[in-house]
Each structure stands twice: as structure tokens, then as C-alpha cells.
Design a protein around this ligand. Structure first.
Ligand SMILES: *Cc1c(COP(=O)(O)O)cnc(C)c1O
Length: 359
């Protein structure tokens, strides 16, 4: 067996310890006589798994008691509809900042139900920066203010939150638990698990309780957060195995010293890569330095043929999934929590070698 360094944007690498633990427990979980996959979600064993997953989210992210933690299905994309349906019943209006494909999709989906005010956009420069916000463009009657915290495709991230008195709703799919964030600054946070938290199929949702209970009448039962909040994420069968693996990932994060410790490692990893990009004569980063993501680093050579040659040779050397998103071209290295420092160092060494051979 030889595992590669996987730079995929998602689904992405999981910590090897987590995969091994899942392997150990595959045929029999504890003394249950069965795999987690075969368990009733109403069983005592399973209840312990989901309770422990929730407790770990609360502990690691320091989630206050007046927030609900839920494990839902439908990916990040289902949240694009759930957010307006649940949180915009007062004025049927919300502010969105357009920083890439995911924010764009979220705004377009919201527009099916409510009035969307796009307060700013960085589309003019292929989303290579986080736009400066001008408060005079904010709606005084918005029900919420929406951002995509880390832009997976374009490699930007917020380092400062918008100054607004409306509940901030943030898509943290590609940066959840990669850096410390203050949950109390948000009305609601959500993350598809497959970037940084576990396998595809689970979406982590954290919502302030006072925002619940006012969904539009047309909201389907399954798309109403209240349904899931009232039933401990077990109104129907939850994605049981995905939640179990997510729990293993959270235990791994805790064993590493928690999110603050991982943040230090993530900052060190990103620095290794960006420092090299800044010094290279062949490769260059596509994002303005002050808004660079810790998780997703897009870069180009400026020559499509050379980009393709690099991606192919990198793959052959065990550095896979480095091809950039089709809208940016070039390359993108996603270096989530599970990517070890050695993986980033090895990639940079490989890039240096490629540069010296192809200049
Ligand atoms: C991947 C991603 C999504 C979409 O997630 P799905 O689970 O595929 O629906 C949404 N937002 C961000 C920031 C993402 O990275």
C-alpha cells in the first residue's frame, strides 16, 4: 500500500489515525456485535456516538449553551435554501457578499424566496480578494448578513467580520475547525463535512436558538432547522456512519491539542507554501497576500501547457489532485487539517525541482 499526498479540495484527506480506527472498529463497534453501519440509530450505542460528536463540537469550538448543534444531510448546498427559508421570514430580505462560486450560488438560491442585496463582490478580479465593505450599501431591514468565510475555489478568506448588527450567517465548509473562530459573533454557521471534518454526507450546523422557530410556512419539514433541533438530529435516520467518522475526526483534533494548536500548524503549512510562491520565478499565487486562505492555495505558472505538465508530473510523484478549478485554471493545493506539514514541505521541494528543470 502506498498512500499519496492528496491535495483534493473535497472530499479530501482524512487523518490516517482516523481511518485506522474506523478500520479497527469496522466489523464490531465496542461490544455491540455489529458495525456502526448496521446499527439502529435509536440504539444506545448509536446515541452515545452522536452525543459524543455533539459534545466534542461544543468543546472544541467553544459553542455557548444558547446555540444548537445539528448534523444534517444534503451538503453545504442544501443550506443555501434552508438559510433564507428559516431566517428571512420577517422582512424577506438579506445581504450577501459575493466572494466566489459558493456565495454566488447561495445568493441565487436565496433569491428564489427573498430579496437579495449583493452588498459587494470581487467578481471583477476573478474573486482574488475579499472586497472592502461599505456600510452604506447594507440593508437596514435585512433579516441576516451572509458570507462565505473561506472561498474554497479562489483561495481567499475573511480575516475581519462585517460590522453589522444583523445575525451573520457563514458558510465555513472549507475552514471549519482549521482556525479559532468566535461562535458568539455568528447567528449561524454551517459546514459540509467532506472538506475538513469527515466524509461526505454530513453537514454540521450551529445555530443561535433565538433564530429558530420562524421558518416560512412553505418550508418543507426536513428543511426546517426546528425539526432537527427538536429531535437531536434524529427526526429521521441521520447519516449514521458519517457522523461516527466525524466523531473520530473530532477526537483526533482534540488529541492534537484542539483547534488553536491546529491553527498554528495550518499557519506554518500555509507559510511554507506561500513563501515559496512569493520567491519562485515560475509559480505565483493568484490571491492578494492579505486575504490568502490557510486551506486552499491556488497558483499558476502563467503557461497552460506548463501547468498541465506540472500537474501530470506531480501526480506521478504522488502529489495528487493539484489541478485548479476550471474557472481559475492552474493549480490549487488544498491543505486541510489532515495534510501533514511533511506533505507541504515535500510538495514545495517537488515544485523547486520542477522549476529548476523547466526554467
Ligand atoms: C464544497 C463547498 C460547498 C458545497 O458543498 P456540498 O456539500 O457539495 O453541497 C459549499 N460551500 C463551500 C465553501 C464549499 O467549499
Amino acid at each position: 500500500m502506498s498512500r499519496v499526498y492528496n491535495f483534493s479540495a473535497g472530499p479530501s484527506m482524512l487523518p490516517e489515525e482516523v481511518l485506522k480506527k474506523a478500520q479497527d472498529e469496522m466489523l464490531e463497534y465496542g461490544k455491540s456485535g455489529m458495525s456502526v453501519m448496521e446499527m439502529s440509530h435509536r440504539s444506545k450505542d448509536y446515541q452515545e456516538i452522536i452525543d459524543s460528536a455533539e459534545a466534542l463540537v461544543r468543546e472544541l469550538m467553544n459553542v455557548p449553551d444558547n446555540y444548537k448543534v445539528m448534523f444534517l444531510q444534503g451538503g453545504g448546498s442544501t443550506q443555501f435554501a434552508m438559510v433564507p427559508l428559516n431566517f428571512a421570514n420577517k422582512n424577506k430580505k438579506a445581504d450577501y457578499v459575493i466572494t466566489g462560486q459558493w456565495a454566488k450560488k447561495a445568493a441565487a438560491e436565496a433569491e428564489r424566496y427573498i430579496t437579495v442585496n449583493r452588498v459587494a463582490s470581487s467578481a471583477d478580479k476573478t474573486f482574488s480578494y475579499i472586497p472592502k465593505l461599505d456600510k452604506s450599501t447594507f440593508s437596514s431591514d435585512a433579516d441576516y448578513f451572509y458570507i462565505c468565510y473561506n472561498n474554497t475555489i479562489y483561495g481567499t478568506r475573511y480575516t475581519q467580520l462585517p460590522e453589522t448588527d444583523k445575525p451573520i450567517i457563514a458558510d465555513i465548509s472549507s475552514c471549519a475547525m482549521s482556525e479559532v473562530i468566535d461562535v458568539t459573533k455568528f447567528g449561524m454557521l454551517f459546514a459540509g463535512a467532506q472538506k475538513n471534518l469527515g466524509p461526505a454526507g454530513v453537514t454540521l450546523v450551529i445555530v443561535r436558538e433565538d433564530l429558530l422557530g420562524d421558518a416560512m410556512d412553505i418550508t418543507p419539514t426536513m428543511l426546517n432547522y426546528q425539526t432537527h433541533a427538536d429531535n437531536g438530529s434524529m427526526y429521521n435516520t441521520p447519516p449514521t456512519y458519517g457522523i461516527y467518522v466525524l466523531k473520530l475526526v473530532l477526537e483526533w483534533i482534540k488529541s492534537k491539542g484542539g483547534i488553536a494548536e491546529l491553527q498554528k500548524i495550518n499557519e506554518a503549512k500555509a507559510k511554507i507554501l506561500y513563501d515559496y510562491l512569493d520567491s519562485s520565478k515560475m509559480f505565483k499565487g493568484t490571491v492578494v497576500p492579505e486575504d490568502r486562505s490557510l486551506m486552499n492555495a491556488p497558483f499558476v505558472t502563467g503557461n497552460e501547457e506548463l501547468d498541465a505538465k506540472f500537474v501530470a508530473e506531480a501526480k506521478a510523484a504522488g502529489f495528487v489532485n493539484l489541478k485548479g478549478h476550471r474557472t481559475v485554471g492552474g493549480m490549487r493545493a488544498s491543505i486541510y487539517n489532515a495534510m501533514p506539514v511533511e506533505g507541504v514541505k515535500a510538495l514545495v521541494e517537488f515544485m523547486k525541482k520542477f522549476e529548476s528543470e523547466n526554467m
